[in-house]
Design a protein around this ligand. Structure first.
Ligand code: ADP
Ligand code: MG
Length: 617
């Protein structure tokens, strides 16, 4: 007699429940997905206890007739797909036809549903997987699903649940994520008779603000490549210098309306935001990717938690490009806030909509002006040189690009302006703590961190130079000899190309002695030995030679530490011309809003806020 036998349906449902129904939040997720698939426009969720006492979801969707109610609790019964081809291009959230029977096998389940156009509804009562009663019943159009005693027959599962607060948090997260994916739908969540979320139909921006409880500037993302109609990204990122890193403020990614936890996406966004968010800070916001369903595989995990992209590489680049392009648009907006001369009441709104469609653009593609040469150091002030000897002189270089004759004067908007606040130009108030430049413009106070600003400008130039193989080395008139430690020598020998690419030339002299013959031109005013050690340290730090964007991480570290060293320091008193020189450089730079470490360069404080300090408002 064979020992192998077919399991009963009851048992297979319980086994499936083990995968699909991990905790109360999994039930909420499956039921919400069903309501959304049924095109509901209002969804009301009620939870009691930690969700094991009661989960009740009411929607105003299409509803079911009595036959469908019966079928819905059968395993592998679904209205969403019929054939293999449809499995490969899923447009609904559900498709496996196993949520209701699985949930029903580990709880007491009541389904009350009325199909659109029918006079009455159907009520089915299922107790731990067995149909107890089914009858006609009156109800509003749509569906109510009630789950009581979740895991009442699986005590082991119940034991694994965490505190009530944790379980409720997971439920809230499910609701928040799906609400983001469907901003036009009303969601209400009640926990133990208390309304914890209630979101009225709105648009994505408002939904993002509600979910993240965030009223400050958002960075809108909209990426719709012209040539590709099968992929589009939209969303909002929280500005990194103003979001707190609370549990809910994180990056939420939704692919075709489905929340996914995907490290690849997170990494792409982090790389796109490189130099914009601080070390250790996570990007936060909501990104909604719409992609041809044939390009993804959702049928990876029973709880549909994972997604596989058929072309993961392309999707990675897509996210990365979208974020870095958005950042470059953001620079334009900040530039407008600072430098546009029309006095507009909306000038304080950094958050403006980006025109669409946006062409794709990457750092590598960025055209570099012909004459650009790295010895053209971003200097704070344009000639005459002698005037700014102190610390800027070393930065002054041989070739200085003069503004073209006839170029608008506003290149140095602050220069010479003192009293005029009505023109919409920045009016210098002064330098604060020898570190911050204060300006007034259009009823706003603008604060600029002089070091961070200059550091970013130099960094951008170094970066462009590096990417275009134009990182000039400056030969030393008197080569410098240094004694190196064995590990330092190893590093030099390990990274010859990196040294060359930075314009650094070293030669072995004998024993531990090395000769430095040239240093990167841009920091040639620093001590050659110091530069070499700095570069060696950067090459030794970090892990591996992983590239971030198009610049190896180690090189990036070198570029930013060079920029830091070369930039005007905090504590340096600046002349008025130097301040306006810095402003001109910012205005001309493609990226100036944050220093290479992600610290903000500019802060804008509204007059209103200042008046609030003094209770004038
Ligand atoms: P799936 O969603 O994978 O199809 P489920 O077990 O979650 O499987 O649901 C089975 C079927 O029950 C669905 O295909 C759908 O036809 C129907 N159904 C479930 N919930 C609802 C609802 N809230 N409104 C209308 N129909 C529903
Ligand atoms: Mg379902």
């Amino acid at each position: 007699m064979s020992r192998i036998r077919l399991l009963s349906e009851h048992l297979t449902n319980q086994i499936a429940a083990g995968e699909v129904v991990e905790r109360p939040a999994s039930v909420v997720k499956e039921l919400l997905e069903n309501s959304l698939d049924a095109h509901a426009s209002r969804i009301f969720i009620q939870i009691e206890g930690n969700g094991t006492r009661l989960i009740r979801i009411r929607d105003n969707g299409e509803g079911m007739d009595s036959d469908d109610v019966l079928l819905s609790i059968e395993r592998h019964a679904t209205s969403k797909i019929q054939n293999e081809q449809q499995l490969n291009s899923i447009t609904t959230l559900g498709f496996r036809g196993e949520a209701l029977p699985s949930i029903g096998s580990v709880s007491n389940l009541i389904i009350l549903s009325r199909l659109q156009g029918n006079a009455t509804g159907t009520k089915a009562d299922i107790r731990y997987g067995r149909l107890h009663k089914i009858h006609e019943d009156g109800c509003a159009q749509g569906t109510i699903i009630e789950i009581r005693n979740l895991f009442g027959n699986v005590p082991a599962r119940r034991k694994f649940l965490k505190s009530t607060r944790t379980e409720l948090y997971h439920i809230e997260e499910i609701v928040r994520n799906l609400a983001l994916a469907h901003p036009n739908i009303e969601f209400q969540l009640q926990e133990n008779q208390r309304t914890v979320l209630h979101m009225m139909p709105s648009d994505l921006e408002k939904r993002v603000r509600e979910i993240f409880k965030y009223q400050k500037d958002l960075l809108p993302i909209k990426h719709l490549p012209e040539q590709a109609d099968h992929i589009k990204l939209e969303g909002y990122l929280l500005l990194p210098d103003s979001h707190s890193s609370s549990r809910t403020n994180r990056l939420r990614t939704l692919v075709n309306g489905r929340p996914v936890v995907d490290n690849m996406v997170r990494k792409a966004v982090s790389e796109g935001l490189q130099g914009f968010i601080m070390k250790g800070q996570q990007p936060a916001g909501a990104l909604l990717l719409t992609i041809n369903p044939e390009q993804i595989d959702i049928n990876v995990h029973p709880a549909k938690r994972e997604i596989r992209f058929r072309n993961a590489q392309a999707v990675f680049h897509f996210f990365q490009q979208a974020t870095s392009y958005t950042l470059s648009k953001y620079q334009d907006t900040v530039r407008d806030t600072l430098f546009t001369t029309q006095a507009t009441p909306e000038a304080s709104e950094i958050n403006t909509n980006i025109p669409e469609p946006l062409p794709t653009k990457t750092i590598e593609e960025k055209p570099v002006p012909e004459q650009e040469n790295l010895s053209d150091l971003p200097q704070l002030s344009k000639p005459p040189k002698q005037q700014y000897k102190k610390f800027i002189e070393p930065l002054l270089s041989n070739t200085v690009t003069e503004p073209e004759p006839g170029a608008p004067i506003q290149q140095s908007p602050a220069a010479g302006k003192t009293n005029d606040t009505t023109t919409g130009e920045m009016t210098l108030i002064g330098q604060l703590f020898n570190l911050y430049l204060l300006y007034e413009k259009n009823g706003q106070m603008i604060v600029i961190d002089q070091h961070a600003a200059h550091e970013r400008i130099i960094y951008q130039q170094l970066l462009n130079g590096y990417l275009n193989n134009k990182m000039a080395g400056q030969n030393l008139m008197f080569p410098v000899s240094v004694e190196l430690l064995p590990n330092q020598i190893d590093t030099i020998e390990k990274y010859p190309e990196e040294l060359v690419s930075l314009g650094l030339t070293v030669q072995h002299f004998g024993d531990a002695t090395w000769i430095i013959k040239s240093v990167p031109a841009i920091i040639s005013h620093l001590k050659a030995e110091e530069i070499l050690i700095e570069i060696i340290n950067s090459l030794q730090g970090g892990q591996g030679r992983k590239t971030s964007g198009s610049v190896p991480k180690k090189i990036d570290a070198i570029l930013s530490s060079m920029a830091c060293k070369a930039a005007v320091k905090g504590g340096n008193k600046l002349e008025t011309e130097e301040m306006s020189g810095l402003l001109s450089l910012m205005q001309e730079s493609d990226f100036f809003s944050h220093c290479p470490h992600g610290r903000p360069v500019v802060k804008v404080i509204d007059k209103k806020d200042i008046e609030k300090w003094f209770h004038r408002l």
